[in-house]
Design a protein around this ligand. Structure first.
Ligand code: BEZ
Length: 261
């Protein structure tokens, strides 16, 4: 097998020429994946049709885009100005788990607004399908999806954000959630498979935990919830250690100390 790398539109394509006929598909996949690692393209994942696309990670700036949504054209960097963005993908319109999830986000509209976070949905469906689904859910249940939903019919954003994971589905985005802070940085990513719905309580909890840790320069321990104590950074000098020992902090050990906010 010969691999010829080609770069176009931020996407690295591997053109492969199969010279040995008796290699099965699994071997080809394995070899291509290994080759991508060897040449240090660790930021890239193997995608369908031997296409490798970049997958954003925590700490990266969210790749910008302009798209068609159910509330009109939207540019992420504009939408993100001055507020957090919770961007989430779902596999398909008119499907049961997705309907429960999108309704869950819609019902929490006031929570997200109160906490300076804007919602942004996405699926690989047309704008007409989105509008028909929004209308159907509204008519049947009274719940209106007021937040914008991206019509990612050409899969551009799904691929850009690693929402299309071919081992799970080659045509539907997995259930991803990207928490993007007001500076445009990706702060937390969740991925769920097609057949397991997300947990709204956890989505709300991590948004508040991210905001709390940023605002107060602290960390949030296991199962942290608003009102719980937070972890203060460990001392970095002997002098700071001595101060820590004299402090009123709740101290398990010198490196694990908590305080109320
Ligand atoms: C659902 O939302 O119910 C669903 C969508 C795609 C695959 C499986 C389930």
């Amino acid at each position: 097998m010969r691999l010829l790398p080609k770069i176009a539109n931020n996407t690295l394509f591997w053109e492969s020429l199969i010279l040995i006929n008796d290699i099965n598909n699994g071997d080809i996949y394995h070899n291509v994946t290994k080759c991508a690692v060897v040449v240090s393209f660790s930021k890239y994942i193997f995608m369908e049709n031997e296409t490798i696309t970049q997958m954003p990670r925590i700490g990266d700036m969210a790749p910008d885009f302009t798209v068609i949504t159910t509330t009109g054209p939207l540019t992420l960097s504009e939408y993100n100005k001055g507020s957090w963005v919770v961007m989430f993908s779902h596999p398909a319109d008119f499907t049961p788990v997705c309907t429960t999830e999108m309704s869950g986000f819609a019902k929490e509209k006031d929570f997200f607004a109160k906490n300076n976070a804007k919602l942004l949905g996405l699926s690989i469906d047309s704008i007409h399908s989105h509008i028909a689904w929004v209308n159907a859910v509204h008519e049947k249940t009274g719940v209106l999806f007021e937040f914008p939903i991206i019509a990612d019919i050409d899969m551009k954003i799904s691929k850009l954000y690693g929402m299309l994971q071919p081992g799970e589905s080659e045509t539907a985005a997995v259930r991803a959630v990207f928490f993007i802070d007001p500076s445009g940085k990706i702060r937390l990513i969740m991925y769920y498979p097609l057949n397991v719905g997300r947990n709204m309580a956890e989505i709300k909890r991590v948004l508040l935990a991210l905001q709390t840790s940023s605002e107060h320069s602290v960390a949030c321990p296991l199962d942290w919830n608003p009102g719980d104590k937070v972890i203060v950074p460990a001392p970095k000098t002997i002098e700071a250690l001595a101060e820590r020992k004299k402090s009123n902090l709740e101290m398990v050990d010198w490196y694990l100390a908590k305080k109320s906010l």
